[in-house]
Design a binder for this molecule. Structure first.
Ligand SMILES: Cc1cc2nc3c(=O)[nH]c(=O)nc-3n(C[C@H](O)[C@H](O)[C@H](O)COP(=O)(O)O)c2cc1C
Length: 313
């Protein structure tokens, strides 16, 4: 079945964002932000709440044993799969020799996949790019993909651009290297049985690849316009959507308040609502004001309710 996914985004796709996104779509595939394998081993909170629905844990690391141990810890939680970050070009990631660096070391990634699979029956997948630095040919990409697939990789998420490890910031690495969707399609043609999900620069879940690819993943577009998640369930089921956006926002705020979440964490996923509409600026300002006041009680006033309606109509 064709998958619709929200991209893993550090500091963005945290638990609260995932709970909000799940309220807007039962069928969308959600990923955690990247968690470093060592942090997982040392006991960082990886609990999945039932309200998140199916979630895939993205892990950053480069040592097969450590990645396997992190998977062993995560097996106590309700993840549906594990994803290896082999595409992120940040400095922190480079120091640990993981993320996009891994594209240069296919045998290591294969060893990681194999070690992780020893610990779980859940699928292990890889998120990567078309190339890194001067290793950006189709030949290199295909060798990398073949090595992952032979090791039992269940899905490849392909960000449709290469990364430069020096000279570009992570943000520039998400805009400057050109998007090359044709190379993702060529990779799928080269590995027709592989589940390949396309990512990078896409602004809508509607797409021309349902018959060819395994799925589509959007990151910044969901952050900028979370209401586009309302399009996912109708695309999956072929039936009209039934989610009431204003009601979902109200329930989300109530849930987060009850759970004791900080507004500085759970309000940002709401900031994009209604972007471009007349009430959007006032809405963002009201959320920002509540965060600044640190009241911990967002969204209870009448003014706030009016604003919700102005950005969700
Ligand atoms: C703020 C931010 C944080 C990100 N963090 C991660 C991450 O933790 N793991 C990862 O694999 N990719 C990360 N990415 C990359 C996204 O998953 C995605 O590949 C990229 O943004 C391209 O997709 P888009 O154009 O739909 O946003 C991040 C992107 C952004 C904007």
């Amino acid at each position: 079945m064709f998958s619709y996914a929200v991209a893993p985004m550090m500091a963005y796709t945290h638990r609260w964002a995932r709970i909000f996104y799940r309220m807007l779509s039962q069928h969308v595939l959600l990923y955690t932000e990247m968690l470093v394998d060592q942090a997982v081993i040392h006991g960082c909170d990886i609990t999945v709440l039932p309200q998140e629905g199916p979630v895939i844990l993205q892990l950053g690391g480069s040592d097969p044993d450590t990645m396997a141990r992190a998977v062993g810890m995560a097996e106590h939680h309700a993840y549906i799969a594990y994803n290896i970050n082999a595409g992120c070009p940040s400095d922190r990631v480079k120091q640990g020799s993981f993320g996009a660096c891994l594209l240069k070391d296919p045998p290591r990634v294969a060893a990681m996949i194999r070690a992780m699979r020893q610990e779980t029956h859940r699928p292990v997948e890889v998120k990567t790019r078309l190339g890194v630095d001067d290793q950006d040919s189709d030949d290199h990409l295909y060798r990398f993909l073949e090595s992952c697939l032979n090791a039992g990789c269940g899905r490849i998420v392909l960000h449709a651009r290469k990364a430069w490890l020096s000279g570009l910031s992570p943000a520039e690495n998400r805009t400057i290297p050109p998007l090359q969707y044709d190379r993702v399609l060529a990779a799928k043609a080269r590995f027709p049985d592989a589940d390949i999900m396309i990512n990078g620069g896409l602004r809508t879940f509607e797409n021309p690849w349902q018959e060819t690819l395994g799925g589509i993943m959007l990151g910044r577009a969901v952050w900028d316009h979370p209401e586009i998640l309302l399009t996912v369930d109708p695309l999956v089921t072929g039936q009209a959507g039934s989610v009431d956006l204003a009601d979902s926002v109200g329930r989300y705020i109530a849930f987060c308040n009850d759970a004791g979440a900080r507004p500085s964490l759970f309000f940002p996923p709401l900031m994009g609502l209604g972007r471009g509409k007349p009430g959007a600026r006032a809405w963002r300002q009201s959320l920002t004001d509540i965060i600044a006041q640190r009241t911990g009680q967002g969204g209870s006033g009448k003014h706030h309710t009016l604003l919700i309606h102005s950005v969700t109509q």
